[in-house]
Design a protein around this ligand. Structure first.
Ligand code: IVH
Length: 676
């Protein structure tokens, strides 16, 4: 039984992590299918073992807390989620295949004691939004947030051209709340990424992340440049004399007052028609010009909807019928090992090219050795390949019946296939790493390529192939060597020549004036991506400050937890790295120092203060705010963990305790200097 509780707790922890990343950072850590699968597993366990039900479980909640950067807005009608059903695509008879749908319809009919009819619509893969109109004027746009409180993104919403800003209809509703989904159409998404790349900006993983990120911009001028599109799917509040008996009438009303409801919604009189709708939309999924991840069925009659009501996080009158992940059959031609920048060995399957969800796939990641063993993958096997959203294609399973006797079992090498160094495996990780570090030419080349890449130091023309050539010709061995290259050395290389050599040297020289965030990112510190590099640059202002930052100071920064802080600390503690950085700075790499953005004060950030006695220049509250603004903390009692006791006039027992514990005591003047 304890095992079950452990499993439930683990599922809750994992799903909460994925949820947080998805809702607060607009980033997917796993595919939607994987998420749904885990979510379903958790619901099953919680239903079977209700004694382990936990109010913190994601099954009991919707979305995630709204971001604190936006003004919060309460939803008058909570923005709930939908329950999901799936179809078993392996089954051939429709009644078995769509069993979950048929059960849903039966539950609805049993409750209503009548035969329900429905409206079926696509399930748009975007961001949910609630729009409030007062006397016909767009008043507010609110994101879902945690379902009860969302973020007020009105200014951003107003930049979306197909959202009506004013409504004209008689009678004009006093109040109207429209719910729908903001998305980016497939073609617009492709163009957006081309543009982002051209401008050296972030490439979005998928249209949904791009839409979510665009809606939550603090600067609505940026939102205005994004090709956002709105589909309305429901009216949740309306104060008007117009009467509606069905949900479908409401959709038509929305259309009449200027909302796009799409041309796919359809009235269906029974579960058989819902099944046909599902099959039809699934078949044309790839030809629909925007992303959908399933269909939604809603009971059409409004009185019936009200009778069915809600359970905790979802309505009983509606359900989402999710599409299966896009899968195709192929064959594994070979398995090769890639050695990454951090030395991680990743087995990659080379497969016969197949089109999955509109994209040609010829490689699929096998993640690690455990995965190969678990899925029992052999070279020559026929397999199902899946591509889910932004995720790298992967092998779902082997079609064992088709395995030929020539299939070869794959074994991981005992040494690094590139440099021969021994391999290491951390106990709690499935990943095997080459221990060669920068001795390993695969790691070396990738570290240099990363350093030179666009979002890093940005040396135009120094891509993977040229780096390979320069390393092979022993012209560069570390990133520092890039800045020692001469035209003479390059000119005689194969496929070079005077012009290309000149261009490269110019690009190298140009890269010397950079920005601190690019430089930090370029160093290739493990776990430090572009966004983290930006936060570090902003907080610390100079490379020097960053190099001397301790674990506590680093963790004061939003998004930086223990693991990342340790990576940063380890990196800068390494003498070899300090040496490289000093050489880079000596060779003339510079960046503008922006002191105004630096909120870093190494003497205060991460430190714990106790205030005692009477201060003459500040009230206790003011002193506390000053310390907290600089990243410090104020507690009320002195302990060994206290860094400073600020002692004003007439200090009493706290001062004695500080002296007894050997805690540093400073006067008000010293405090003033400290925070200056
Ligand atoms: S109806 C009370 N209809 O899916 C009914 N939702 O997984 C509320 N979604 O929060 C939802 N397309 O953001 C509905 N045609 C559609 C939808 C749709 C996408 C989203 C919506 C909802 C989520 C639930």
């Amino acid at each position: 039984m304890l095992e079950i509780k452990k499993e439930i707790d683990k599922l809750i922890a994992d799903l909460t992590k994925y949820n947080y990343s998805y809702h607060s950072k607009d980033e997917s850590l796993i595919s939607d299918e994987e998420y749904d699968h885990l979510f379903k597993k958790l619901i099953d366990l919680e239903t079977r073992f209700p004694q382990y039900k936990n109010p913190q479980s994601p099954t009991q909640k919707v979305g995630f807390q709204p971001l604190k950067e936006f003004t919060q807005a309460t939803h008058f009608i909570p923005m709930l989620s939908l329950n999901n059903i799936f179809s078993d695509m392996e089954e051939t008879t429709q009644t078995v295949r769509h069993q979950e749908l048929i059960q849903f319809d039966k539950r609805v009919n049993d409750t209503l004691e009548a035969t329900a009819s429905y409206v079926a619509t696509p399930k748009y893969d975007g961001v949910a939004i609630s729009l409030i109109y007062i006397k016909g004027i767009l008043h507010q746009g609110i994101t879902r947030g945690d379902g009860f409180i969302g973020e007020d993104v009105t200014l951003n919403i107003k930049t979306i051209s197909n959202i009506p800003k004013v409504i004209h209809i008689t009678p004009l509703p006093e109040l109207l709340e429209v719910r729908g989904e903001i998305l980016i159409k497939t073609e617009d998404f492709a163009n957006l990424n081309i543009n982002q790349d051209r401008l050296g900006l972030k490439i979005f993983a998928n249209p949904r992340n791009a839409a979510a990120g665009s809606i939550r911009q603090l600067d609505s001028n940026i939102t205005a440049t994004r090709p956002l599109y709105f589909f309305a799917y429901a009216i949740t509040q309306i104060v008007t004399d117009t009467k509606f008996t069905t949900f479908y009438e409401q959709l038509l009303y929305l259309k009449k007052i200027g909302f796009d409801i799409g041309d796919l919604p359809k009235e269906c009189k029974d579960s058989q028609e819902l099944i046909s709708f599902y099959e039809d939309i699934l078949a044309k999924r790839n030809n629909i010009p925007f992303g959908i991840d399933g269909v939604v069925y809603k009971v059409n009659n409004i009185a019936a909807q009200e009778k069915l009501g809600f359970v905790l996080r979802a309505p009983r009158f509606a359900i989402a019928h999710k599409f299966p992940a896009q899968m195709r059959e192929s064959q594994i031609i070979d398995i090769q090992i890639q050695v990454g920048r951090t030395g991680a060995l990743t087995p990659v399957a080379r497969i016969k090219p197949v089109t999955v969800g509109g994209v040609v796939v010829s490689n699929a990641t096998l993640h690690n050795q455990d995965e190969i063993l678990r899925k029992d993958i052999h070279i020559g096997d026929f397999v199902f390949v899946r591509r889910a959203g932004d995720v790298i294609p992967e092998i779902v399973n082997v079609i064992i019946e088709k395995r030929s006797t020539n299939a070869i079992k794959f074994v991981m090498p005992e040494n690094c296939p590139v440099c021969g160094s021994h391999l290491v495996k951390a106990e709690d990780e499935a990943i095997i790493r080459c221990s060669g570090g920068l001795y390993c030419s695969a790691q070396k080349k990738q570290a240099i390529t990363h350093f030179a890449s666009k979002l890093a130091i940005n040396i135009d023309g120094l891509g993977e192939q040229i780096v390979e050539q320069l390393v092979e010709n022993k012209l560069i061995n570390t990133i520092v060597d890039i800045y020692k290259l001469t035209i003479e050395q390059l000119i005689d290389l194969e496929r070079f020549g005077k012009k290309k050599a000149n261009n490269l040297i110019n690009a190298i020289n140009n890269s010397k004036s950079t920005t601190l965030n690019k430089l930090i990112y370029a160093l290739g510190i493990r776990n430090v991506g572009e966004a983290t590099a930006k936060s570090l640059a902003k907080t610390f202002g100079t490379l020097e400050n960053l190099m001397h930052a301790g674990l506590v100071e680093l963790q004061q920064i939003n998004d930086i937890g223990e693991v990342v802080a340790i990576s940063i600390n380890d990196f800068f503690s390494e003498e070899h790295n300090q040496d490289i950085i000093n050489q880079l700075l000596n060779l003339g790499i510079t960046y503008p120092i922006n002191t105004s953005t630096s909120i870093f004060n190494p003497l205060v950030t991460g430190k714990t203060f106790v205030l005692t006695g009477t201060l003459t220049n500040y009230s206790r509250e003011e002193a506390k705010t000053l310390i907290e603004n600089l990243g410090g903390k104020v507690t009320s009692s002195v302990s060994k963990k206290t860094d400073y006791v600020v002692a004003g006039a007439d200090s009493g027992s706290k001062l004695d305790k500080a002296n007894a514990l050997n805690v540093k005591v400073i006067s008000e003047d010293e405090f003033k200097q400290l925070i200056a």
